[in-house]
Write a protein that binds this ligand. Structure first.
Ligand code: ATP
Ligand code: MG
Length: 469
């Protein structure tokens, strides 16, 4: 039954160890399932995972006290604990490997939902596209969507276990960093529909090069082709566009001419505060869409979301309402705009790779501003063998943009600075020194972009600068 897990389902994953006197519920409707013991506050299923720093098994008794009625534990833990019987009204689901157990349980649960599951993969813009898609679909359906960036071998199953009996469509972000991961994620989530935002430089330490990324990501399309699902194809990406071979199941979208596409974005412009707008064309209908987001690349994300919405029968007016109503969350750190003391701050410190770095620089270049455009560029991590070249090429890329000056932070970013010494105002490896230099330089009217990999924590510098303005 939709949204229900039963003892039989638990037994498909492993052995159900019950208290002989008092059993828990035979059926769990709309389960609360968590891998973080703190997220359990009442009846639910706790999955004890062994992490790098903590072992979830340590919290099993605690979650039982907090009201959880099922705990998925490993066979090894159970036998080391001398095969304990759970407290009255509780049960252990004893499995070989709790990570696999979680995936199996999520997959069994997903099977109870005869609904569309839209998988969102690709190199850049998955979370944004997922939020936009959910916002559009919510204008007509009860939607369940991945929370935050819950997109990997643990996040996908947790997302699925969050579907409720009234869910009509699920939107699931799928993130990979190794070959083979997309196969795992599709096997768990069994998407019926899907899109890849784009193919770009991501996790090259494992995916090697763009061809490696393409092969690994396109396993989502292979899955959808096998199960006759719908594939939304980004016609602007040459590494994806050739997937459109079947006009019935392959739905094209993109920017530029709407010919042959379910929808297209034209006449992109950057308005007040850097927010982007565009004309959405779908058949004979044209709709002006004003996003709350900055960055022209967000038009790509928006048109992908529009394609999904239109495919599910929503009108362009609904698509427009869904997209325009979506605000970037505070703390989003993806081209997040704020203004302090007359200075526009663009915080894009959530993460960085060469593609998103270029887009962030383009966005700064587009930003209407009365003062100077200043970029603070941190290292892009996880680039593998190409790291040094990629950083140098960012310096050369900057040369072609109307950005007045830049600062670099981190050993790799410094290589970019050397390519354009006349505009590089300083190279830093110490956070305090960087902040000091910015305090000296930045004044009212300027627009300042902070961009670097998550590990560089440039949000700390952005936050500290804001406090001083
Ligand atoms: P992750 O792999 O961390 O889950 P993601 O694919 O979910 O990332 P987002 O979190 O939506 O992507 O955005 C991350 C960064 O990617 C943003 O800071 C932005 O600069 C860039 N980005 C967003 N959309 C696009 C796009 N369509 N094309 C290229 N870059 C994009
Ligand atoms: Mg993401």
């Amino acid at each position: 039954m939709k949204g229900v897990l039963t003892w039989e389902d638990f037994r498909k994953c492993g052995e159900l160890v019950l208290n002989p006197e008092a059993h828990p519920r035979r059926e769990v409707q709309d389960p609360v399932a968590a891998i973080d013991s703190r997220a359990i506050d009442g009846p639910g299923i706790f999955i004890a995972l062994r992490g790098e720093s903590t072992d979830g098994h340590r919290f099993v008794q605690d979650v039982f006290r907090r009201g959880a009625d099922f705990a998925m534990v490993s066979r090894e833990w159970h036998s080391l604990e001398k095969d304990p019987v759970p407290p009255p009204g509780k049960a252990y689901i004893v499995v070989q490997d709790t990570e696999k157990g979680l995936q199996e349980l999520a997959s069994i649960y997903r099977d109870t939902f005869p609904i569309p599951v839209v998988g969102i993969g690709g190199s850049n813009g998955k979370t944004t596209t997922k939020e936009m898609t959910a916002a559009v679909l919510r204008t007509g359906f009860k939607v369940h969507v991945s929370r935050g960036n819950f997109n990997n071998h643990l996040g996908v199953p947790i997302t699925l276990l969050g579907m409720r009996r009234d869910t009509e469509i699920a939107v699931v972000e799928m993130g990979i960093n190794h070959p083979g991961e997309m196969e795992l994620l599709t096997a768990i989530a069994r998407p019926t529909d899907g899109l890849l935002t784009n193919i770009g430089h991501e996790h090259l330490e494992f995916l090697i090069d763009l061809e490696g990324v393409r092969l690994a990501e396109r396993k989502l399309f292979d899955w959808l082709d096998r199960c006759r699902g719908t594939i939304f194809v980004n016609a602007d990406d040459s590494r994806l566009a050739d997937a459109a071979t079947d006009s019935e199941r392959h739905v094209l979208y993109g920017t530029g001419s709407p010919e042959g596409r379910i929808c297209s974005a034209e006449s992109v412009s950057v308005g007040h505060g850097g927010r982007v707008s565009f004309t959405l064309t779908a058949g004979a209908v044209r709709e002006q869409v004003f996003l709350q987001f900055t960055g022209r690349h967000n038009v790509q994300n928006a048109v992908a979301a529009a394609a999904v919405g239109l495919h599910f029968g929503l009108s362009t007016a609904q698509v427009k309402a869904g997209l325009e109503g979506l605000l970037p969350e505070s703390g989003w750190k993806r081209l997040e705009l704020s203004e302090e003391g007359g200075v526009t701050i663009i915080n894009d410190t959530y993460n960085a790779n060469p593609d998103s770095m270029r887009l962030a620089l383009d966005t700064l270049a587009d930003m209407p501003c009365s003062g100077r455009r200043i970029a603070v560029i941190g290292d892009m991590l996880e680039l593998g063998a190409t790291a040094e070249d990629e950083h140098r090429s960012i310096g050369r890329y900057l040369a072609g943009l109307p950005i007045d000056m830049f600062f670099t932070f981190g050993a790799l970013a410094g290589l970019g600075g050397r390519e354009l010494p006349e505009r590089c105002r300083g190279h830093f490896t110490g956070r305090d020194e960087l902040l000091h230099a910015l305090q000296e330089e930045v004044r009212s009217g300027d627009a300042v972009l902070f961009k670097g990999s998550r590990g560089m924590h440039l949000e700390q510098t952005a936050g500290a600068l804001i406090l001083e303005l």
